[in-house]
Design a protein around this ligand. Structure first.
Ligand code: DC
Length: 226
């Protein structure tokens, strides 16, 4: 069987990473969470004071060569942690503060150019499952399998809310709803590589599907393409 690349795109909190990780494990492929890379650049910008009232885009672009992003496998999580300039920032990039600023960072053309090039390099030998917003349209337009994930807004908000609560965050459901709505809007309306469904992508609406059902479907699609 030949190795393929699998692109998974879709709205925030649709369960893209959960599905991508499971698929990668079962196929012995590499799972790459590209949202984590945009989050790492956001953390860098926050740590270095580029967000005052608004993002200082010019300073960020000027300093982009100081941003070094890599991944390191974490056996406990069975997935890779993000490393920013030598420091493991897997936990820091998941905070609400980063979530609230990440869409602004993802709008910057130079940031996208840098991260897309890195992602393409990671998939050069095939055998990756990559999730994000522009994987099937920009990063791997020739990916053998493209999945576009979607789910009902309220289902997504509840899932994310439960996740954050379990991590000990005292956030309200209204705040989660607001963050998702804002991110979806920016992600689909931005000028640079907006989130859109590739013409040859298969839509996976998981509002009424459990993780097992989604996995079975995606695995079947993958096997059909190998
Ligand atoms: O998948 P996530 O929610 O962790 O992604 C965080 C943000 O990064 C999301 O709001 C949009 C952006 N993103 C992007 O623009 N392109 C990608 N390939 C992945 C994420």
């Amino acid at each position: 069987m030949s190795k393929i690349n699998i692109a998974i795109d879709g709205y925030s909190s649709c369960g893209k990473s959960t599905l991508a990780k499971r698929l990668a494990q079962s196929l012995s492929y590499v799972f790459i969470d590209t949202g984590a890379m945009y989050r790492a650049v956001t953390l860098f910008a926050l740590q270095n004071g580029y967000f005052n009232n608004k993002l200082s885009v010019d300073s960020l672009i000027f300093d982009l060569n100081k941003v070094n992003i890599s991944f390191q496998y974490n056996a406990e999580r069975q997935a890779s942690d993000v490393i920013l300039n030598g420091v493991n920032v897997e936990n820091e990039i998941r905070t609400m503060e980063v979530s609230n600023h990440v869409s602004e960072i993802a709008e910057v053309k130079e940031v996208r150019k840098k991260l897309v090039a890195l992602q393409q390099e990671m998939g050069r030998q095939k055998g990756v499952v990559m999730d994000g917003r522009d994987i099937g349209t920009v990063v791997f337009p020739k990916a053998e399998l493209k999945i576009f994930m979607t789910a009902d807004d309220e289902v997504r908000a509840m899932r994310r809310f439960d996740e954050l609560r379990q991590e000990g965050d005292s956030i309200s459901l209204a705040e989660v709803r607001e963050n998702l709505k804002k991110r979806d809007h920016i992600d689909t309306h931005r000028k640079e590589d907006p989130l859109r469904q590739a013409e040859d992508a298969i839509v996976l609406d998981n509002s009424n599907l459990n993780q097992e059902q989604q996995f079975e479907l995606a695995l079947r699609w993958a096997n059909e393409r190998m």
